[in-house]
Design a protein around this ligand. Structure first.
Ligand code: NIG
Ligand code: FE
Length: 410
């Protein structure tokens, strides 16, 4: 099957030779080509170039006159498997309660775990599939999804099986993270060691046996899991060959970034509260920092110092953190706006952070995240808009005409 996209006003995000990710000044470089075509064969980009070289034969042709074509977004941090929304907490927040106050009042992660326990795997799957389909329409073509609203052997496995089913039934590239260490369940409040033993001795072996997780996550934070507990859990996961991607420095500067790096984390995520030592540690590592601006927007906490991190020489990823409690949105175009207006990134930096760098944060940089021959044809065809900058500039408007995943219009 040959699909030809022709008369493209501007192809944006070309990377000729595969590369890991972009950092420092290189983060602002976006290669593009005016008046071009893209040829798709067997789910992949087989060729692209100027219209004068456009092939004439194809099984299907899409005329993209007036449109930009971009690589589909890569969202490397989400929690889209959940059983119920939490808009009551939204009202509590409006009245002045903080994220921590709400959690202490029985809201938060434990609230989600309570709802999920009574939800069947089929119902959970259908709700998560709905969210996946929705974010695909916003342009997401690769996504990481976490467990962490189970907090028992049975429910954590249920969540991870739902993620596996999503991956089996969708062309979107999906990575899964085991986040049993998301919160201490109420029943273990006075004996947290026992819950950590449960994670290490019961959950991890079964997850490894069923190959249900690509990564192991821990919410390393004051009131959640300590640095020492995080270290113990990550080392146990490493014995099964499951590398870390962790929640770090969201509410405090706790040593989470350093413990992630020490355990060779693929990424450390959140980073709203960062010191110079954290930036220095990241500069000396292969761990990619991931920032989540819609979480800052929604729960009113500081934005991660992304500008400072890039100026110091780092590369960053931007992800949605789509979840019912701290970021009830999976909309990457909105993130581009937040990254520009609140974090002072240029549109080009923000674009690279949600494409090639997002792919790297899921170890998918050789498959997705750029217009490269041989990569999957995960593409966004925009409406008739003037430029890449127009997307974060005119925020809240849908600029997407079509999304292709593995060459298929979604
Ligand atoms: O990434 N920080 C921890 N976990 C989620 C929020 C979970 C929730 O409130 O349900 C996050 O923000
Ligand atoms: Fe998260």
């Amino acid at each position: 099957m040959r699909t030809l996209i022709k008369n493209i006003k501007n192809i944006i995000g070309i990377i000729e030779e595969p590369q890991a990710y972009k950092k420092a000044e290189a983060l602002s470089i976006v290669e593009s080509l005016n008046d071009g075509f893209i040829l798709i064969e067997d789910e992949k980009i087989s060729d692209y170039g100027p219209m004068i070289d456009c092939p004439t034969e194809a099984d299907e042709t899409i005329d993209a006159s007036g449109s930009l074509v971009l690589p589909a977004w890569c969202d490397s941090h989400t929690h889209i498997v959940f059983a119920a929304s939490r808009e009551k907490e939204f009202e509590m927040k409006i009245k002045g309660m903080s994220y921590e106050d709400i959690a202490a009042a029985g809201g938060g992660i434990l609230n989600s775990a309570d709802k999920l326990k009574d939800c069947s795997e089929d119902d959970l799957y259908l709700m998560a599939k709905g969210r996946l389909d929705e974010v695909t329409q916003y342009g997401t073509g690769a996504i990481e999804i976490k467990s962490g609203y189970g907090l028992s052997v049975e429910s954590e496995l249920k969540m991870l099986r739902v993620i596996r089913r999503l991956a089996a039934n969708s062309p979107v590239s999906i990575k899964s993270s085991f986040l049993g260490a998301h919160a201490i369940p109420a029943a273990y409040k006075e004996r947290r060691e026992d819950y950590i033993d449960l994670i290490i001795n019961e959950m991890l072996p079964q997850i490894a046996e069923e190959k249900l997780a690509d990564y192991c996550d821990v919410f390393c934070e004051k009131g959640f899991f300590t640095v020492a507990e995080t270290d113990r859990i990550l080392k146990a996961a490493a014995e099964y060959g499951i590398p870390p991607k962790i929640h770090a420095n969201q509410l405090s500067c706790s040593g989470a970034v350093q413990v992630g790096i020490a355990n060779n984390a693929i990424s450390v995520d959140h980073l709203e509260i960062m010191g110079d030592a954290e930036i220095e540690a990241l500069l000396n590592s292969n761990t990619i920092p991931t920032v989540l601006p819609s979480c800052s927007y929604y729960i009113n906490i500081p934005y991660a110092p992304a500008r400072k991190m890039i100026d110091a020489g780092l590369g960053i990823t931007i992800a949605t953190d789509f979840n019912p409690g701290s970021s009830p949105s999976g909309n990457i175009p909105f993130l581009l706006s937040l990254a520009c207006t609140k974090m002072k990134l240029t549109p080009e930096e923000a674009f690279n952070a949600v494409t090639i760098n997002g792919a790297y944060a899921m170890q998918l940089e050789n498959e997705v995240g750029s217009i490269t021959k041989g990569k999957l044809a995960n593409l966004i065809i925009t409406k008739n808009i003037p430029s890449l900058t127009y997307i974060p500039y005119m925020f809240g408007t849908n600029h997407i005409d079509k999304v292709l995943v593995r060459g298929r219009v979604m």
